[in-house]
Design a protein around this ligand. Structure first.
Ligand SMILES: Nc1nc2c(c(=O)[nH]1)N[C@@H](CN(C=O)c1ccc(C(=O)N[C@@H](CCC(=O)O)C(=O)O)cc1)CN2
Length: 286
């Protein structure tokens, strides 16, 4: 059997979003408002370094100024927090992120708590996550926001859909569950994790599966209901090569597939730019 699934093309969709953001950034500039995105990268992880590089390349494309703070892997907690404090104080930086994960030994949560919530471009500050729980406006975590935008772009039905999210991490699984159960999305979400007894029993009933466990090939064709949408968010390295959570043969059963690469990753980056632009627009009209 061959591939029958429609492709949820995140690369093309993200390019469309960047084109729209470029116009909005130019409009802000005409009003005297400059948008500036900062990044804090600690250490030499090749994946993190490459994602940060792509974020700055995207900024250049849409006309957003970008500010980089690259710190060595042996940085102390105080040094990382100082970089965060500098970006809080830098008027040219209107929003920024701390690239995750941080090297072992650093307290990630404490660093995220030091971000000025008004400059939280990733929606990962406790105040932003609290707003999401309370369904108040605020920056949304980029990967969940990108997943919803991708599903909407390709008309994957969400209202009343049974969604299984695999992985309960703070950047994807947990906030995605909150996002999809808002009234505007109205999906029913089951959040599966390493303690789930029978994962396949859940995924086989799902209209949409979002795999964000970081376990290569975790979701196989026999675990997917024919016609379901399957989004691969997992990132692992096997023999130095990128491997997703979804096995290739899933595309023979699924109705839609978001591949990895080319699916959710580019949407994550596009939503980061969207968050800084939306926040600059809101500040300009306040
Ligand atoms: N502060 C944050 N850290 C991390 C986040 C996040 O949202 N905020 N998410 C992930 C990684 N991530 C964002 O930084 C990310 C992942 C993937 C991509 C991407 O564009 N991937 C491409 C290309 C992949 C490749 O060739 O290596 C794709 O999927 O097509 C961008 C950002 C963890 N950290």
């Amino acid at each position: 059997m061959g591939v029958t699934a429609r492709i949820l093309d995140g690369k093309a969709t993200a390019a469309e979003i960047r084109a729209d953001l470029k116009t909005r950034v130019a409009a802000l500039r005409e009003r005297g408002v400059e948008v500036g995105l900062g990044t804090v990268l600690v250490g030499d992880d090749p994946g993190s370094r490459s994602y940060v590089g792509m974020k700055h390349r995207d900024c250049a494309e849409v006309g957003i100024r970008s500010i980089r703070r690259d710190l060595p892997a042996d940085s102390t907690q105080e040094q990382v927090e100082r970089a965060v404090a500098e970006l809080n104080d830098d008027p040219a930086c209107t929003g920024y992120i701390v690239q995750l994960p941080l090297p072992a030994g650093l307290d990630e949560q404490r660093v995220l708590e030091r971000i000025d919530p008004a400059k939280d471009a990733d929606g990962l500050h406790p105040i932003s996550l609290g707003r999401l729980v309370l369904m108040q406006p605020g920056p949304l975590p980029c990967t969940p926001k990108g997943i919803v935008a991708l599903l909407r772009r390709f008309d994957v039905p969400l209202r009343g859909a049974e969604v299984v999210v695999v992985g309960r991490g703070i950047t994807v699984g947990r906030p995605l569950g909150l996002l999809l159960t808002r009234r505007s999305e109205n999906a029913t979400v089951t959040l599966c994790h390493t303690g789930t007894k029978d994962l396949a029993a859940h995924t086989r009933d799902a209209d949409i599966i979002v795999a964000a466990a970081g376990v290569p090939g975790l979701i196989t064709a026999d675990m997917v209901k024919p016609g379901a949408a399957v989004l691969d968010v997992g990132v692992s390295r096997v023999d130095g090569r990128l491997a997703g959570d979804v096995a290739l043969d899933v595309a023979e059963v699924a109705g839609w597939v978001a591949p990895n690469p080319g699916g959710v990753g580019p949407m994550t980056r596009a939503m980061l730019l969207a968050n800084v632009v939306e926040s600059a627009e809101a500040a300009a009209s306040a």
